[in-house]
Design a protein around this ligand. Structure first.
Ligand code: F1P
Length: 349
């Protein structure tokens, strides 16, 4: 079966999430030490999928802790550190990397480590990596280790790590309890999402894709864009939902699929946007939690249908992007386990 290893790792997220969540007590003392300093703005830095993971993680972290936070590609920190490092205060930077050895991440970390007012945090699947060795604090997600070149369970395992850190940092027991429910919710809805996406892909053909979302789900839209690009070798884009109306909608037509990850905060505007998109003859998949009602205008609706709030559910939304990429690729007889032009780690620039 094509892409067997990647498909297996998508389905193994229950186990990796369960393991990551079982270790959260070990984070408490590290976070207490990190919080001894005051930070004006906290950076989350990564490359590729890990940059998109940083987009989702920084938004969740900021919402829960009240701290200003933003995501950056590691290359930005290499070329423009002065733009992002406050030289008159303490700085905190999360470096996110599955391998812990991506060139730009290591180069950025080395620049940062030469400064005495920056604390570095490593979030990686490999505890023996350069990132793990060179960071001031390490929050490993070894359960996210995977054979696939494209990131799947490593992404969600490291994201849950950042969610745990955010929950402990903000002493939010309710949020940490919601995180503990994620593996069981995954098990409850996985089959249904897998089947719905597989059937939809087998019955529809598109030549371009867009993924739209706001807030904490924007990183999921970005990662879903990359998944289908890496796996199925198709043009795909990601935008903040309402940004799609400011120009990008010009390419919408009947050969385009647009996936909207509906945020509970921007829900009404996004449901209206979906109707507007349908007027351009593009097809729409709506993904949300408790969004089903009579006047939804979409070609497929995937409702997570849980009592959790979006901030905890964020990793689950990615299941749709992972299965969409996988089934679109296998329909084209592409082997996701050996994606074109890609390696598991990008080590040379
Ligand atoms: C991340 C990354 C992925 C990309 C490919 C190569 O590396 O660039 O985003 O999809 O798998 O690796 P890492 O820094 O997270 O190891």
């Amino acid at each position: 079966m094509l892409g067997e290893a990647s498909y297996k790792e998508i389905n193994e997220q229950f186990e990796s999430w369960k393991s990551v969540l079982s270790l959260k007590k070990q984070f408490e003392n590290k976070i207490k030490e990190i919080k001894l300093k005051e930070y004006k703005e906290i950076l989350f830095v990564g490359c590729g999928s890990s940059y998109y993971l940083s987009q989702a993680g920084s938004n969740i972290f900021s919402k829960l802790t009240g701290q200003k936070a933003k995501a950056l590609p590691a290359s930005e920190l290499i070329f423009f550190p002065e733009t992002h490092i406050d030289k008159n205060s303490d700085n905190l930077i999360f470096f996110v990397s599955r391998s812990g050895k991506t060139t730009e991440v290591i180069k950025a970390l080395e620049i940062i480590n030469s400064l005495d007012n920056v604390t570095s945090i490593g979030v990686t699947c490999y505890e023996d990596s350069l990132l793990a060795q060179k960071s001031d604090f390490l929050f490993p997600a070894k359960e996210g280790k995977e054979d696939s070149v494209v990131m799947t369970k490593s992404f969600t395992s490291m994201l849950i790590n950042i969610q745990i850190i955010s929950g402990i940092w903000s002493n939010n027991e309710e949020y940490l309890n919601e995180l503990d429910k994620l593996p069981d919710i995954f098990n409850l809805i996985r089959n249904n999402i897998d089947k719905k996406v597989k059937d939809f892909v087998n019955n529809n053909d598109y030549d371009k894709y867009a993924f739209l979302a706001q807030g904490n789900l924007f990183g999921i839209a970005s990662e879903s864009m990359l998944k289908i690009k890496e796996m199925a070798i198709v043009p795909s884009e990601a935008y903040h939902s309402l940004e799609f109306r400011h120009g990008p909608k010009s390419i919408a037509d009947k050969k385009m699929l647009i996936v909207v990850f509906v945020n509970e905060i921007s829900r009404d505007s996004e449901l209206k946007l979906a109707s507007e998109i349908k007027d351009y003859n593009a097809d729409v998949i709506l993904v949300g939690n408790n969004i089903v009602d009579k006047n939804l205008n979409a070609d497929l609706i995937i409702d997570l249908d849980t009592n959790n709030k979006d901030l905890s559910l964020t990793p689950l939304y990615l299941l749709i992007g992972q299965y969409l990429g996988y089934y679109t690729a296998t329909k084209k007889n592409l082997d996701v386990d050996n994606p074109r032009n890609l390696t598991q780690v990008v080590e040379s620039i």
